[in-house]
Design a protein around this ligand. Structure first.
Ligand code: C2E
Ligand code: MG
Ligand code: MG
Length: 803
């Protein structure tokens, strides 16, 4: 056995002798000969004055360094534990449903056997499935165990009989599972009046669960270099082993020795720490531990997954640091990670400030935490890990006859949520979003957070692209439900781009670019998914191109306004127009706002565009007033950047004066989310605009986060029900209900209401039935240039328009 010093020595001398050492030798030799009597004093003084604070600093950093890596292991372990929980939760649900199906309540043994076989076929996670009667006699099973065999002593049977509910039991080797480790899940089959009529039992094989672990271990190995030995142990609270990566390697494990240490570990439940020596190899090992225990379900399980890694992998930067310190001069005595590292070098007079040492340590620490492959906020794999998993997934899929799919997700208007509700709330939202996302996918799929509000989902083993669409839709549905964050309900929508892959020739970069392009396409609609198609490539190139030419568009007079009529069906007349901007692009033709407003907002050009729109539209409507349409109202959309612009109020006042349009005839449309942005600033602006005498309306109402309760305190006059509700109200009772609610509440608050996007007579009639009389939509007239609009205003009546 090595002594500590010996070990330290070997650690130290393993490296090639650094150049400074030989230089130093030539210096110390004559010095030692001439003045060797005071050398020990220098050494002692140095130790006291410089080394002690250094060693203290290093001591402090030491714990942080080690927990940093331990934490990444613990997070990986937590990820596995979470996946296992999910897997068991799914099985838990399955068996419950199974026990309720009529076939298990009936007498038909053959039918039972057939059903069990079908289930096993569909879900190979089940090693065995069986049904007993109330006394525990086997009625049917997936193997050939003799019927009427007595199962009443089986733990699952007893658990269900005693507790009367579903039971999930510890993993064990059983006869039914063929001696393999399996988790038993069982549920009661209930007869009339809830009487126990039998028990359905299933065994979930741990080898299947191991797949999940192996994937994570592979990912960790990618993180720490393929050389890194990462072991896992899957164990009970008492420290006994359920499964171990070493089992396959060596066939046998000293359960007792490991069990003892594991129990100790679990009780301490640290995020991760260094074990000084590994039981069998006497090497420093870093561990990370997480438990699997699903809240909300009483699994009665307390398993843990322990990941351990050879600490020397991680020590490399630290030993490098030691080398650097030594080179700088000084005597170092570092009790580092269980080893005592001694190094005696000559004092270098330039080395005076211990802060720079701390700085170096910080850098080393940053380097180590950089290594983390998991997003700290959501616990999901981060971009780096995702980028390593992706090529493996492509390679795996290309070896099968199945498809893979990459889903690229982006929350719509996340920046707005961030700005409106603050970072804390946005962070909480992101983690809640991540958990919902995880709930939508199968245990074997990967969800990663690339950063910000960008997530990816990696699916494998698909038979058809439609399966990816199904999952995308499931994600859209799950994330469309309101999130309750800090006592508020927040609604988000998500846009998803999907790119499928099958061949190994698909490069990860191309795949990502494809999914990203599809996501951009989805963004134009928001809250939908889109598959990548090759034609999107040119669209992206165009976008870059557009960005450059948008700057010149205003100067070159390429913007045009179209006007869409707004009808009041009580009066049967066109009462207003909404100005909608278009861009007459030299090569792309007439562009709609969807193609450039976002760009204009991003680049800040929207302020110029908005000013042009306001002035042009006011001038036009004033002209219509002068031609006789004296009460015609003008609606103009305001963007977020405009609302933030400090001189917005002055601009509106100035344009009204300049054009002579009566303020009461101008209605500024603001989207719901804008209202709550920056609280006071927005409120102040709204009040100032209100003070000018212009009307304010809330556009796309129902899609944002505000409640009518909030709106009632704002100086707004009208709500515009979002098109999506109008579009779907005929087919969806829920949307019809939303419309009904908005209309009646608006009435109670004395707000005007207008329905947008009315396209059919049916929609018109439903709206009329709800007493919503003001409408806008293709049914009455599409947005059109001013000349065409003049015809509508002066030559038609609304009756004609409608009829
Ligand atoms: P918005 O203010 O909600 O305008 C209504 C949009 O719905 C317009 O799209 C209009 O053409 C379309 N629409 C009207 N009736 C129907 C219908 O019956 N069915 C369907 N499917 N669509 C209908 P457009 O012109 O593409 O404008 C889209 C959005 O761009 C506008 O939504 C508005 O938010 C924004 N926008 C338009 N012009 C401006 C502008 O000058 N400034 C700013 N900041 N935003 C603008
Ligand atoms: Mg509008
Ligand atoms: Mg709208």
């Amino acid at each position: 056995m090595h002594s500590k010093e010996n070990m330290a020595h070997s650690l130290w001398t393993r490296r090639a002798k650094p150049r400074w050492a030989s230089r130093m030798q030539s210096l110390t030799k004559p010095m030692a000969m001439m003045r060797h009597w005071w050398l020990p004093i220098i050494i002692l003084a140095t130790t006291a004055v410089i080394v002690t604070p250094m060693a203290m600093a290093i001591n402090v950093m030491k714990t942080r360094l080690t927990t940093g890596v331990g934490e990444s292991l613990a997070l990986a372990a937590a990820d596995i534990a979470g996946k296992l929980d999910l897997l068991l939760a799914e099985r838990y649900g399955d068996i419950q449903v199974m026990a309720k199906t009529p076939v298990f309540r009936g007498q038909d043994r053959a039918a039972m056997r057939e059903t069990l076989a079908m289930i096993q076929e569909a879900y190979p996670v089940y090693l065995w499935l069986g049904v007993t009667d109330a006394q525990g006699r086997l009625i049917a099973a997936t193997d050939h165990m003799s019927p009427r065999r007595n199962m009443s002593e089986r733990p699952w049977f007893k658990a269900v009989k005693d507790r009367g509910t579903i039971a999930v039991l510890d993993a064990a080797e059983t006869e039914e599972s063929g001696g393999m480790l399996a988790v038993s899940i069982a549920a009661p089959v209930q007869g009339p009046h809830g009487k126990l009529q039998g028990v359905v039992a299933a065994l979930v094989g741990v080898p299947v669960l191991e797949d999940v672990i192996v994937r994570t271990v592979v990912a960790l190995q990618a993180q720490h270099g393929t050389e890194a030995r990462i072991e896992y142990q899957f164990m009970r609270k008492d420290g006994t082993l359920i499964a171990d990566s070493l089992l396959r390697e060596e066939g046998r494990v000293n359960l007792k020795a490991m069990g003892l240490r594991s129990a100790h570990l679990i009780d301490a439940a640290p995020a991760g720490f260094i074990e000084e020596t590994h039981a069998r190899r006497r090497e420093p090992v870093i561990t990370g531990y997480a438990r699997t225990q699903r809240s909300g379900y009483d699994f009665g399980l307390e398993w843990g997954i322990l990941l351990r890694m050879d600490a020397r992998e991680v020590l490399a930067p630290v030993t490098f640091l030691l080398w650097k310190l030594a080179a700088a001069g000084g005597i170092l005595c570092l009790p580092l990670l269980g080893y005592l590292v001694w190094s005696t070098v000559r004092l270098n007079r330039e080395w005076t400030r211990s802060e720079s040492l701390i700085g170096d340590l910080r850098m080393a620490e940053a380097k180590l935490s950089d290594l983390a492959y998991y997003d700290q906020l959501t616990g999901l794999p981060n971009r780096r890990l995702f980028m390593e998993l992706l090529p493996r997934a492509i390679a795996r899929v290309s070896r099968t006859d199945r498809l893979g799919a990459l889903l690229f997700l982006d929350m719509d208007r996340f920046k707005l949520i961030n700005d409106t509700f603050g970072h804390v709330c946005a962070d909480l939202l992101l983690s809640a979003f991540a958990s919902r996302l995880k709930g939508c996918i199968r245990g074997a799929d990967t969800v990663a957070r690339l950063g910000g509000d960008e997530f990816t989902v990696l699916l494998e083993g698909l038979s058809w692209p439609e399966e990816a669409a199904g999952i995308a839709q499931r994600i859209l549905n799950a994330t469309a439900k309101p999130f309750e964050i800090q006592g508020r309900e927040i609604f988000v929508s998500t846009s998803i781009g999907i790119a499928t892959f099958a061949s190994e020739h698909m490069s990860p970069d191309t795949l990502i670019a494809n999914a990203d392009m599809a996501m951009y396409e989805a963004k134009t609609r928001r809250g939908v998914y889109r598959f990548f198609s090759p034609s999107m490539k040119s669209i992206t190139a165009e976008r870059v191109d557009l960005e450059a030419s948008l700057r010149q568009a205003v100067e070159r007079n390429e913007l045009v306004l179209h006007y869409q009529p707004q009808i009041d069906l009580r009066r049967g007349a066109v009462v207003g127009v909404e100005a909608l901007v278009r861009w007459q692009h030299a090569t792309h033709g007439l562009l709609h706002p969807g193609a450039f407003i976002g760009l204009a907002e991003e680049t800040g050009l929207i302020v110029q565009v908005g000013e042009w729109v306001l002035r042009t539209a006011c001038r036009q409507v004033k002209a219509w007033h002068e031609q006789g349409a004296t009460h015609l109202r003008l609606a103009v959309n305001l963007s977020r950047a405009q609302m933030q612009c400090p001189n917005l109020v002055d601009l509106v006042r100035q344009v009204l004066e300049e054009t002579g349009l009566a303020p009461a005839c101008l209605e500024l449309e603001i989207t719901e989310t804008l209202l709550i942005r920056n609280g006071d600033v927005a409120l102040e602006t709204l009040h100032a605009l209100h003070g000018l005498g212009v009307r304010l309306s809330v556009d796309d109402f129902g899609t944002g986060y505000s409640s009518l309760n909030y709106i009632k305190n704002l100086p707004v006059h009208a709500l515009k029900i979002d098109q999506s509700f109008v579009r779907d109200m005929v087919a969806s009772a829920k949307d019809a209900m939303i419309v009904k609610t908005i209309v009646s509440l608006a009435r109670a608050l004395d707000l005007d209401i207008m329905a947008e996007g009315v396209e059919t007579a049916e929609q018109r009639d439903l709206l009329l039935a709800e007493q919503c009389f003001a409408m806008q939509g293709y049914y009455f007239g599409r947005p059109a240039p001013a000349e065409d609009m003049s015809v509508t205003i002066f030559d038609c009546t609304a009756g004609e328009l409608v009829g």
